[in-house]
Design a binder for this molecule. Structure first.
Ligand code: AP5
Length: 219
């Protein structure tokens, strides 16, 4: 399957993507994680991306689209993928359509995770991430690690993202509503959107997501 996951910052895209990608046996491709990997390796792309990310803005389309395309062309993604955080505006959605069309491929579904802004702020304020593996995500109240500050899975140090300060989160939400939400209408025009509530326990949301994707696949 080729799936796009869309939702505000802190909706739980990364959390759900880890389970969904495993269940569906497709790679989880997160442009945010790709940028963060470049930042920790101190590449030129990482330096450029950091200045935009720290301000809560989108990284320019040209570099983002090239990076996403390169990742989608890797052998593990040829049979399908779960995109998390890409596309993030209508130009990126058009570029993705163009890429897929060239290969004679198309998306199967766009899973839209709905969460009110105030819940987003709470989720992000408490988020902690493992330095060794950014797919190991915790929350100080909702998903606390057994030992404070350490990852349950690998013992790595847990840290708070630079762009998770409350002011930056509010800016990211504004960017989401103005630039990213319009892709939902864009994909509604292709009859690809399935919307679910991302409130409730993580496993309840995963179950809702799997059922919605199954219904979409059966149609
Ligand atoms: P990115 O890394 O994609 O961040 P985001 O979209 O803002 O989303 P987050 O990672 O903050 O949240 P999430 O929805 O994955 O939630 P999570 O599962 O962690 O992008 C960062 C930046 O990179 C952007 O601002 C931009 O600058 C740049 N960028 C990336 N892609 C780009 C693109 N295509 N174009 C241009 N720029 C781009 O969950 C959040 C917290 O909530 C966690 O602590 C988790 O444990 C907890 N949680 C999850 N689910 C639940 C639940 N059901 N109940 C309670 N708590 C929960």
């Amino acid at each position: 399957m080729r799936i796009v996951l869309v939702g505000p910052p802190g909706a739980g895209k990364g959390t759900q993507a880890a389970f969904l990608a495993k269940n569906l046996s497709i790679p989880h491709i997160s442009t945010g994680d790709l940028f963060r990997a470049n930042i920790s390796r101190q590449t030129e792309l990482g330096k450029l991306a950091k200045s935009y990310m720290d301000a809560g803005n989108l990284v320019p389309d040209e570099v983002t689209i090239a990076m996403a395309k390169d990742r989608m062309e890797q052998p593990d993604a040829l049979g399908g993928f779960l995109l998390d955080g890409f596309p993030r505006n209508v130009s990126q959605a058009e570029a993705l359509d163009e890429m897929l069309k060239t290969e004679g491929l198309k998306l199967d579904a766009v899973l839209d995770l709905e969460v009110p802004d105030e819940e987003v702020v709470k989720r992000i304020a408490g988020r902690r991430i493992c330095r060794n593996d950014s797919s190991h995500v915790y929350h100080v109240s909702y998903k606390a690690p057994a030992q404070e500050g350490l990852c349950d899975e690998c013992g790595g140090e847990l840290y708070q993202r630079d762009d998770d300060a409350e002011d930056t989160v509010r800016k990211r939400l504004e960017v989401y509503h103005t630039q990213t939400e319009p892709i939902i209408d864009y994909y509604k025009g292709q009859d690809l959107v399935v919307t679910i509530s991302a409130l409730g326990k993580v496993d309840e949301v995963t179950q809702r997501a799997m059922e919605a994707l199954k219904r979409e696949g059966d149609e």
